[in-house]
Design a protein around this ligand. Structure first.
Ligand SMILES: [Mg+2]
Ligand SMILES: [Zn+2]
Length: 183
C-alpha cells in the first residue's frame, strides 16, 4: 500500500497569509482535484496533516475548522479523489506541543490510528516545516511551489526535500512513477 501524507494550505487549496478562516476562504488550487483523483485511481491513500494555529490564536473556531474539512472532503470526493484522514495541530507555536510541524506528533498519531506506515510513505508540503517533519519519520519528501515558500528559500534549508514539484499534480506524477503505478 502506498500512502501520501500532505499538508493542506498551499498544497490542496490556496494559502492565505492571514489564514483560511472560513469555508469561503477555502479555494482549491488548479489541478489539485485531478491529482487527488489519480491517486485514488491508483489505490494510493491520502492523509492531510496541517498546522492550524488560527484556532489557538482565536481567529477560527473548531466548528468552522470542521466545516472547512467537510468542504474539502466533499470537494475532493466530487472530483474523484478521497481523503482517508485529516489531522490538525490547533496550537500556537508558543504552546510547544509535539504535534505542530516540524514536530512529528500528527504523523505518528495518523500512522498509529490508521495503520499506515510512515517509513516508505510520501509527504508533500509547501514549507520547510513540512519537509523536516516528513524526513524525520522516513517519508520521501516533496516540496511543492504553490504555497507560501519561494524556491530560492530552499538554499537555506538544512533538510532538503527528495523532490521539488511545481504543484500537486506534478508531485502525483513523481509518486506514481516512483511506485510504478502510472496508468
Ligand atoms: Mg502549507
Ligand atoms: Zn499541536
Amino acid at each position: 500500500m502506498t500512502v501520501v501524507f500532505m499538508d493542506r494550505d498551499g498544497v490542496i487549496n490556496a494559502n492565505r497569509s492571514d489564514y483560511v478562516k472560513s469555508v469561503d476562504e477555502f479555494v482549491v488550487l488548479p489541478g489539485a482535484l485531478e491529482g487527488l483523483a489519480r491517486l485514488r485511481t491508483a489505490g494510493v491513500k491520502v492523509v492531510v496533516v496541517s498546522n492550524q494555529a488560527a484556532v489557538g490564536k482565536g481567529l477560527l473556531d473548531a466548528a468552522e475548522l470542521e466545516r472547512i474539512s467537510e468542504k474539502m472532503r466533499q470537494t475532493v470526493s466530487e472530483g474523484g479523489g478521497e481523503i482517508a484522514g485529516v489531522y490538525y495541530c490547533i496550537h500556537r507555536k508558543d504552546e510547544s506541543c509535539d504535534c505542530r510541524k516540524p514536530g512529528t506528533g500528527m504523523l505518528c498519531k495518523a500512522s498509529e490510528e490508521m495503520g499506515f506506515p510512515l517509513e516508505g510513505s510520501y509527504f508533500i508540503g509547501d514549507a520547510e516545516s513540512d519537509i523536516i517533519a516528513g524526513s524525520k519519520v522516513g517519508c520521501t519528501t516533496i516540496f511543492v511551489l504553490t504555497g507560501r515558500t519561494p524556491l530560492e528559500d530552499m538554499a537555506h534549508w538544512k533538510v532538503k526535500p527528495n523532490f521539488v514539484a511545481p504543484n500537486l499534480p506534478a508531485a502525483v506524477d513523481f509518486i506514481l512513477d516512483s511506485e510504478n503505478l502510472r496508468a
